[in-house]
Design a protein around this ligand. Sequence first.
Ligand SMILES: C[S@@+](CC[C@H](N)C(=O)[O-])C[C@H]1O[C@@H](n2cnc3c(N)ncnc32)[C@H](O)[C@@H]1O
Length: 273
Amino acid sequence: LNYRHIFHAGNFADVVKHAVLTLCLDALTSKDKPLLLADLHAGIGRYDLTCEDAEKTGEFKDGVDLLKGQTLPGSLERYWSIVKEYGYPAYYPGSPLFLDAFRRKDDRLILNELHQDDSETLYRTMAGLKPTAIRTEDAYACLKSLLPPLERRALILIDPPFEDKDEFAKLTAALEDAQRRFAQAVFVIWYPIKPHLPLEKFYDAIANQGWHRAFCVEAMRYPAKTPDVLNGSGLMILNAPYPVPENAQHWTAPLKSLLNLYSIEFRWLSASV
Ligand SMILES: C[S@@+](CC[C@H](N)C(=O)[O-])C[C@H]1O[C@@H](n2cnc3c(N)ncnc32)[C@H](O)[C@@H]1O
């Protein structure tokens, strides 16, 4: 457990991830029925952009800072208002705070973080907000225990650090199991794009699991196959809520230009949409 998100908080990958999460949450909470909201790799919940570790990499300067003072399109307004509500520019909110921003009275929020110290920091971040269950277990064990949810509706964020070389294989197996337990779950899954990673195998495996409305968005910082750097950041959405994919052009085009991305592409993985 070496990964520390403070070095990357608010970078281009975080902005795209949290913007997509916001769009999905907005679509799902437009229906007046309770939801389970779960974050399997929650991190510490909020990141101090003025601290030495964040300053050391300065990744947020090439991410969230690029949105400052810009006229944002309607599709990104909610994302930006949450960023400001939870403390920007001093802090950048993590995924737990985006989930918190959308939760209604009958929604259930479960945050899981395996790193003991981070889990305790997360607990302190969430203190004072609505009651939240915080767990400190392996993400995929946590997932098993959540499905099927009592609410029969769920949005689950999977955002691993990909330190483990078998992460794609573990993720694929966990999703196969989740599909059997509750095929209607909406998943938002983050993955890195680098030349050596088995991405084609991952797409094929997910396409073969038979998910409905499997949709991918890939934000490229550099051209694919550029050695030694994170080329880009991917998000896979399973049971993608309407109209997030249908309106993709409206939010990918502004994100590409605001974040100075090399490209941002999207496509369906599943045959049935
Ligand atoms: C990319 S960060 C999460 C960022 C967070 N989702 C956000 O958007 O604000 C990944 C987190 O997963 C935690 N982690 C690593 N291995 C884990 C595991 N097997 N189960 C649960 N959490 C794990 C790390 O400690 C780290 O805090």
